[in-house]
Design a protein around this ligand. Sequence first.
Ligand code: AMP
Length: 486
Amino acid sequence: MTSSFSNLSLAEPLARAVAEMGYESMTPIQAQAIPVVLTGQDVMGAAQTGTGKTAAFSLPLLQRLLQHENASTSPARHPVRALVLLPTRELADQVAQQIALYAKYTKLRSAVVFGGMDMKPQTLELKKGVEVLVATPGRLLDHIEAKNTVLNQVEYVVLDEADRMLDIGFLPDLQRILSHLPKQRTTLLFSATFSPEIKRLASSYLQDPITIEVARPNQTASTVEQRFYAATDEDKRRVIHQVLKTRGIKQAFIFVNSKLGCGRLARSLEREGLKTTALHGDKSQDERIKALDAFKQGEVDLLVCTDVAARGLDIKDVPAVFNFDVPFNAEDYVHRIGRTGRAGASGLAVTLVSGSDTRLVADIEKLLKTKLNIETLALDEPPRTERPASRYAEARPEGRSERYERPERFDRAARSPVQRGGFRPAMPSRDPFFDRPYEAPAAGAIAQWDSAPPNPAARGTPSGNIKPRRKLAALFKPTEPTVAPA
Ligand code: AMP
């Protein structure tokens, strides 16, 4: 099979758009999927992000929709004919942008709807009529309920990143959406893995699908150099600085497991002189788009992000990805490092492994079926003493431990989120005092804190940091020593 686009007999407007994108030859998923989709058959595709799967489904889909192309201003002449469903807003936005580029020389209209944005502009666009609608499930249901769009003329439906949609808990929403579509249609399902749940979904909604697998599920791209460095929490930022410097890397993604950790790490790196921005689910849509744009424009060196925020983001040529935290789910490791070494370019993925990550690293080894070599990087700068020793020590809300922080597992737009991975297990103590075996005190010994007599006078003059409060004062009032009953 030749992999040149010219062998596809794409319509001139599509061929022109592809040429303009600078694509020289088809990627493996495109070479396999495009001819099948052109025949109108259902497809179940296993393909990682970065393999070119957006073009693999959208080019043949647009080609088949060209028969409906018209310049009429009447909305009735532009019913939704293709529906593309994705798990997150960023991914929906990105796929919609790519589709708009492929369709730019046609009269086919496309639009995107996702949560976190005002519904009004989306409604106006839907009411004008669009042939290709890209959407996240929750927001699409809102529009269906508000009767802003009718899906009874849909000929194609694409379930992209289907595994993640199920992870997030979108199955009920997907079932409701699919119930609004005509039975006679082409369904394309793309997923990074073919789990039993995905196979069940496919058997319910796809008809005799052609299975296309371009890479073994859970396989990492061979163009990515994977490094694992042992680092204490205190040293992780230093490792990042050193790798960036020694490798001459200008831009990188840094993955963390929690939203709180994301903002905090971004602030620390910014203070250390790196232009950094944070991307996580608590950022408004506007902030997220701005952060992405700034990174794309090269105005920002580092994008610190959580898995949900970064899922499937297509930012080309990211030279490196750092896993500041080892991901809770081994599959996320594959997705994270898929941000680098995309479309044939080489990339570097550095994972920082602390003492408590042994089980998580073992999970990655199991998934990749490889023994990972955890190296020690000789750090050439003295430890920074001006900053708090640990990121956990920084500005943590009282009584709250980041170690127990809920990881960001799902898009906030999700209606019935499913938590996977649970809470981070407690990390072993780093204080040698607590690591020492228990030694019984010698008979008659007085505990250190009991040996000094209470000093009521000292309590009258608290340090400047302690505000005297009546209740506390009452609690600490000197009392008579308790005499044990005989
Ligand atoms: P995707 O996996 O669809 O997110 O695509 C990943 C990136 O590869 C996108 O930036 C595409 O523009 C790019 N791409 C898609 N197809 C090709 C191709 N045939 N040649 C070069 N780049 C491509």
